[in-house]
Design a binder for this molecule. Structure first.
Ligand code: KG4
Ligand code: ZN
Length: 333
């Protein structure tokens, strides 16, 4: 089965062709430069740029995969969660294509796409597993008892993890998106140089909170500046990142222990964070847990994860009616 995957939920246009778990092409057009000067994603600009990029990527992606439109068995597309206008661009294109080609349309939940990315890379993965889903809009721990079914164990009660990275990066004058910038800067820093709060670390739930950490870091910077003290930016980035990662690793591995699950996957843009990946592998191995960290291109938004999720649903005999609407707040479970 050959499935085309279209992702336009935020600021990356992604188009991919996946054949039975094998990625034949996976193209991305990033809008980072377009939004950078605004310090965040401008929804209207995102929709317009998806319109410009989508047709080009479609042609290129089929070309790279060595297939034609007639070879496609289905068209999968993100229907939510995400920015409404951005989602509409992808979904309208997918509907038109599936209709003209007379193949099934598969509406995919963006978060399920992030989880399915792990199976693309590790087809041998078995359930049950615990998924830490950390992106610019979401932060949650879910148990996946079997593929396609999810139980949310906990989530952020305020900001998403990626949002916290982006806000702190912006505050200290780094570029957008801030996550990769902090990750890079932190490599030259000492993670225990400054001590920031680990919110909800000792609570026995699986929830997260980042607004207190953000406020604490900003207050700390102001106090140092007022006192005329020098701040080492790399140490600051590393210490902030460690506070975020510490809680994520502890809660995810505790979820695996308490639920008796031996496999953990990390998914979403923040799963590209090098320190999170390193700590998850190290701490997971010590506890006998198999930790799966998909390659960076499959962690951040992309079309292949949507095609993969579509393929699984198609194999399950599912398809989506053509009058499906986008849902900016679509829940995973
Ligand atoms: O999943 P994603 O590509 O888009 C959403 O669905 O939101 O995630 C984007 C988020 C941004 O907040 C970005 O700063 C963050 O993922 N991110 C990172 C890293 N790479 C991307 N955060 C920390 N470290 C990284 N290396
Ligand atoms: Zn995402």
């Amino acid at each position: 089965m050959i499935v085309l995957g279209i992702e336009t939920s935020c600021d990356e246009t992604g188009v991919a062709v996946v054949e039975d778990g094998h990625v034949r092409s996976n193209l991305l057009s990033s809008q980072t430069d377009l939004h950078a000067r605004f310090g965040g994603v401008v929804p209207e600009l995102a929709s317009r740029q998806h319109l410009v990029s989508l047709n080009i990527l479609l042609a290129q992606s089929l070309d790279d995969a060595g297939v034609g439109f007639a070879d496609l068995d289905a068209v999968a597309v993100t229907v939510g969660p995400g920015l409404i206008g951005a989602l509409l661009v992808g979904v309208s294109a997918a509907k038109a294509l599936a209709s003209v080609l007379d193949v099934p349309l598969i509406g995919v939940n963006h978060l399920e796409g992030h989880v399915e990315a792990a199976f693309l890379e590790r087809p041998d993965l078995t359930t049950p597993l615990i998924a830490l889903i950390v992106s610019g809009g979401h932060t949650m721990i879910a148990e996946v008892p079997e593929r396609g079914s999810y139980e949310i164990l906990g989530q952020t009660i305020d900001d998403a993890a990626g949002e916290a990275f982006d806000k702190i990066a912006r505050y200290i004058g780094l570029g957008f998106p801030g996550g990769p910038e902090i990750d890079r800067l932190a490599r030259a820093g000492n993670a225990s140089a400054y001590k920031f709060p680990r919110a909800k670390m000792s609570d026995d739930d699986y929830d997260f909170s980042y607004s207190g950490l953000k406020t604490a870091v900003i207050r700390w910077i102001r106090e140092r500046q007022d006192a005329g003290e020098e701040i080492d930016a790399a140490d600051l980035a590393a210490s902030f990142q460690e506070a975020v990662v510490d809680v994520q690793v502890a809660k995810t591995l505790r979820a695996a222990d308490e639920r008796g699950v031996k496999t953990v996957i990390i998914a979403g843009g923040v799963a590209a964070n090098s320190r999170l990946r390193e700590r998850m592998h190290g701490d997971g191995a010590r506890r006998g847990i198999d930790v799966v960290t998909p390659s960076l291109l499959l962690c951040t938004d992309n079309g292949a994860m949507i095609a993969a999720a579509g393929l699984r649903r198609l194999a399950n005999g599912e398809q989506t009616p053509f009058d499906v609407s986008v849902n900016p707040n679509l829940a995973l479970a």
